[in-house]
Write a protein of this length. Structure first.
Length: 149
């Protein structure tokens, strides 16, 4: 199980996701370029001392990430037809979240093996990426029995 962030814009969100991943024992892939210097103080501020505990792999771009993708690619997107409660996850899945401002490009969208959306009330646009990652990861860990002991 992995989390992947496609060209994230905000260091605070990435720091929060790295803290989440460190606490739950999940590796994180960061697909560059990022919209901030990866060593930005905000990254450490949001992730606190957990950032150093996180297993993070940085990729120079989409092609580098895709070349090492081990299992299914599950894209979380507001454009998906499959709602999170109906999605079925596998232990080797990589959960992909797009940038806060742009999401992912069409070729990345098309590459996903599964596209999932988190249901929301009408009139709302999208969740914060760190919140969405937490919700998606929690359901994936529940389904696969992979919560840490």
């Amino acid at each position: 199980m992995r989390l992947a962030l496609h060209q994230p814009d905000q260091a605070g969100n990435v720091g929060t996701i790295l803290r989440l991943a460190a606490c739950l024992g999940v590796a994180v892939d960061v697909i560059e370029p990022c919209g901030f210097p990866f060593s930005d103080r905000a990254l450490k501020r949001a992730g606190m001392d957990y950032v150093e505990l996180a297993s993070v792999t940085r990729h120079a771009g989409w092609a580098a990430f895709e070349a090492q993708l081990p299992g299914r690619l599950v894209l979380f997107t507001t454009a998906a037809a499959i709602r999170l409660p109906e999605a079925r996850f596998e232990p080797g899945d990589t959960l992909l979240f797009g940038s806060e401002s742009r999401g992912v490009p069409e070729d990345v969208h098309a590459r996903a093996d599964l596209r999932v959306r988190i249901p929301q009330v009408p009139g709302t646009r999208s969740l914060n990426i760190a919140v969405a990652a937490g919700i998606g990861l929690a359901e994936t860990l529940r389904q696969t029995g992979a919560w840490p002991e």
